[in-house]
Design a protein around this ligand. Sequence first.
Ligand code: AMP
Ligand code: FE
Ligand code: FE
Ligand code: ZN
Length: 307
Amino acid sequence: MILPSHFSDPSNESIFVDLHTHSTASDGTFTPAMLIDRAQLLGISILALTDHDTTDGNAIAQSHGKNANLLVLPGIELSTNSDRGTAHMLGLGINDESSAFSSLLGTIRDGRRERNGRIIQKLNLLGYRINHDDVTHEAGGDIIGRPHIARTLIRKGYFTSIQTCFEELLDRKGAGYVQRWRPDIRTAIDAIHESGGVAVLAHPGLLRLESEAVLRHFIQSLAEIGLDGLETNYSMHSSQQLKLFSDIARSFGLIQTGGSDFHGLNKDYGDLGLGVDAKHIGFDFARELLERLRLDSSISTHQYHHN
Ligand code: AMP
Ligand code: FE
Ligand code: FE
Ligand code: ZN
């Protein structure tokens, strides 16, 4: 992969990155092309598209990124089951989907379809007039999730915000909640590796673990089964969390990445490109990933050779 020309000095402090973003292929409100355009406008140099449970947006994002002189890494975010509850796994640099990976995505999609049907049934019993077609219409792509159900309910006038809709109905404790099938975390890590990707635990600060000791132990156990990295710089982490997670990453030889979890207008997560303390995410949070993906050689090859 050839890097954009402004990579001539990778230590350049003006290189900003965002390795966790969502598009209309899952539950974001920006199409992949809109996401790239906005990234370019904001001066972001490296972007990973990490839609929930789908790689459908990656091809167009990559081709659009070439025109925009921006490095786009194809990715995914998988919701998994672990010993410590649901954990989100980023697959970064997914370039060659293995058959195990594709069939995993198929199983996840079936699980969503079944779950969504049961949520709609529950909502109907509760008196909400909503059907499958309404929700499909709300989703731009193949992945239909709770945010699309929430948006449908808002459109129909039942709620005024996604947040209140989740609180009242769709959260784990809500009256319309139904669990969906999730792969085991190890299966997800293996599938990402088989597809050329690097497995990074997303937003460790959102795991609800009792103590730092439990968190360390959990991450160590993941490192032992092949986890490659931690998303240490994340829009909803505090600077103390960033420090702690960086320390844990170093303890277990894990790489560090940074991302905003931008969902467009869906949520009030940070804007594209913003990490801890709503600051731009620097190249340090992509460097090790590029090394793992062997993109570092193209950086040095191109170093100082651009006009
Ligand atoms: P699903 O994968 O269909 O179960 O939906 C999960 C999506 O809902 C993820 O993108 C979450 O970020 C989003 N989500 C979960 N809880 C909330 C919440 N309380 N408010 C807004 N979005 C949420
Ligand atoms: Fe989401
Ligand atoms: Fe997540
Ligand atoms: Zn995400």
